[in-house]
Design a protein around this ligand. Structure first.
Ligand SMILES: [Zn+2]
Length: 199
């Protein structure tokens, strides 16, 4: 499964029952906002006493227990930067919007309204069920333990970047992305980015 492909596909698959202009506007504003899917996921897990193992990874990529199936191998991936998630175990994937719609069994429109309300600080338009979900989704959103995870991930990314730069230098500016990625156990894409920055 390629998380980048999901991003392209999802918008095409969404069929709004009414007022598509409004909901597409919501979609774009949410996707371009600083809302964090990882924070929301953390808050949902915390509110529902779900067992979760969110592991800090580099570049705001996180592996967690899936909210939709039981597994011990952490196949659930969250790409916080892109507000996307995908589970290699049960095969479900999507954006921050579909995560909420699927978890709470509400429509895509209701999910968009919920997130948009958070951005605009306006919950008056929400129905009773949405308000309950809203409270649950954001109850632990700013918890200090999730801040720690973000810091850890940031620190790991900086360390890796330093190692890549050092590797390039000590190997006579070897620019073989695949080899470096292999040696330092990271993605080729990330190595490419660092090489590009260092040149
Ligand atoms: Zn799953």
């Amino acid at each position: 499964m390629n998380i980048c492909e999901i991003e392209e596909d999802e918008l095409l698959d969404i069929k709004f029952s009414e007022d598509p202009d409004k909901y597409f506007k919501y979609y774009h504003e949410i996707m371009n906002s600083n809302l964090s899917i990882l924070r929301i996921y953390y808050s949902i897990c915390e509110s529902n006493n779900l067992k979760k193992k969110i592991k800090a990874r580099i570049n705001n990529n996180y592996y967690c227990d899936c909210a939709f199936h039981r597994a011990d191998d952490l196949p659930f991936r969250i790409v916080d930067e892109k507000k996307f998630w995908g589970c290699y175990g049960c095969g479900y994937s999507g954006s921050i919007i579909t995560l909420i719609s699927k978890f709470y069994d509400i429509s895509i429109e209701e999910s968009l309204e919920l997130l948009y309300s958070y951005l605009t600080n306006e919950i008056a338009e929400l129905n009773e069920k949405q308000i309950d979900i809203f409270k649950e989704m954001f109850q632990y959103y700013n918890s200090p333990s999730i801040d720690k995870l973000f810091l850890e991930s940031q620190r790991k990314t900086e360390l890796l970047d330093e190692r890549i730069k050092r590797y390039i230098k000590t190997n006579n500016f070897c620019l073989e992305e695949e080899k470096i990625a292999d040696r330092l156990c990271c993605s080729k894409k990330h190595v490419k980015k660092i090489i590009h920055k260092s040149l």
